[in-house]
Design a protein around this ligand. Structure first.
Ligand code: UT7
Length: 331
């Protein structure tokens, strides 16, 4: 029976370190407010004059993941690219990455699942692999938020939170009866809450009024998204556990999307997880949307917190709203 396992991971962060103190020079905010409300101490942004897109960040993360998986680009059957900040409206950044990897015909597509892109991406990869459509899939989550943020007081509720970076994961189908790889997955969306977190400008027919009204800047009803996350994430965790016929005690590490340390602490409390069963790095990177979970996974593997045999629970919720949970046993 085919199981989808992770063969290699990689991460790549934008090059400009931006501390909370740096932000106080741009807007009315404070290190104390940002840390208390979000846990974030710093984030990385691309350089102001840097003309790069998410496919460039994704390429660097992919090179590392490919090397660790011992794959060459030619081994890839399919690329799934998660981003809300693509290089251009169309074509998707997956196609740009495909070309940058030196590939000629390998299929590639983007998914628009924002903070839950990793959950949707893993699930789609698993479906492609189990149905025999592809056996080696590169998932990339990458974001460049900094260029769309309003770096003034009027945009401070959003702009202090987000960072730029990329994470990549090489996923492969293996034939085994062992309980390894993706063990269960549960996905949801609730379009009713679409306006809670959005960039409202349409992809076509952009008017001058859209620009004047700032509809090209991200908008977030932070409190509503916060409340939804704290309710939905423990719920989907339980559903994913039930589907895998596991209990929370069987999980070695929960890797949540890094949106707000307080959300993760609330989920930790609700699930009664000890500190060593949850991984957070939002303090150093801020919220990198589609890149957050793969970057966290890469770090957890590098720090040997995730080892062969570790059972992981990935959880995330974001714009859409979309959310999901995936249980994975590392081999
Ligand atoms: O990853 C995608 C999903 N996104 C999320 O999950 C984000 C979820 N939401 C959040 O993380 C939090 O709601 C925020 C961090 C965005 C905001 O924290 P909050 O505790 O919900 O604060 P708030 O929006 O209720 O604002 C409290 C006060 C307001 O002032 P008044 O009205 O009480 O005078 C804001 O104007 O804090 C003010 N404020 C700030 N002050 C200093 C908002 N942003 C800032 C800031 N610096 N950067």
């Amino acid at each position: 029976m085919k199981k989808t396992v992770i063969k290699g991971t990689g991460r790549y962060l934008a090059s400009r370190l931006v501390t909370n103190e740096d932000l106080t020079k741009l807007m009315d905010t404070s290190d104390e407010w940002i840390q208390k409300r979000t846990g974030i101490k710093q984030r990385f942004w691309i350089q102001e004059d840097e003309k790069i897109g998410v496919s460039d960040l994704g390429l660097e993360a992919s090179k590392i993941a490919l090397k660790r998986a011992k794959w060459s680009p030619d081994d890839i059957d399919l690329i799934i690219f998660g981003t809300l900040s693509p290089d251009m409206h169309f074509p998707g950044s997956g196609c740009l990455l495909q070309h940058k990897l030196g590939l000629e015909k390998t299929p590639a597509f983007d998914i628009r699942q924002q903070c839950s892109a990793f959950l949707y991406g893993l699930t789609m990869a698993d479906a492609f692999i189990c149905s025999g459509h592809a056996n080696r899939i590169l998932f990339v989550g990458a974001e460049i938020h900094s260029t769309a943020l309003v770096k003034e007081t009027r945009g401070r509720d959003v702009s202090v939170i987000f960072g730029d970076g990329a994470g990549a994961v090489c996923l492969e189908g293996v034939d085994t009866d062992q309980p390894v790889g993706i063990l269960s997955s549960v996905l949801h969306s609730q379009g009713e809450l679409a306006t809670s977190l959005m960039m409202a400008v349409p992809a076509s027919n952009i008017t001058e009024d859209d620009i004047r009204q700032g509809r090209h800047n991200p908008f977030m009803d932070g409190r509503n998204v916060f409340k939804t996350a704290v309710r939905r994430l423990p719920e989907v965790a339980n559903d994913a556990l039930a589907k895998a016929e596991l209990s929370v005690d069987d999980i070695d590490l929960v890797i949540l999307h890094q949106a707000n340390l307080r959300i993760n602490q609330a989920v930790q409390q609700s699930m009664k997880l000890p500190d060593d069963k949850i991984f957070n790095n939002i303090q150093r990177y801020g919220n990198m949307t589609a890149a957050s979970i793969p970057v966290a996974l890469d770090e957890a593997i590098e720090k040997n917190i995730v080892k062969k045999g570790s059972t992981l629970l990935f959880l995330g919720l974001g714009a859409g709203v979309t959310w999901g949970g995936v249980i994975y046993k590392h081999s």
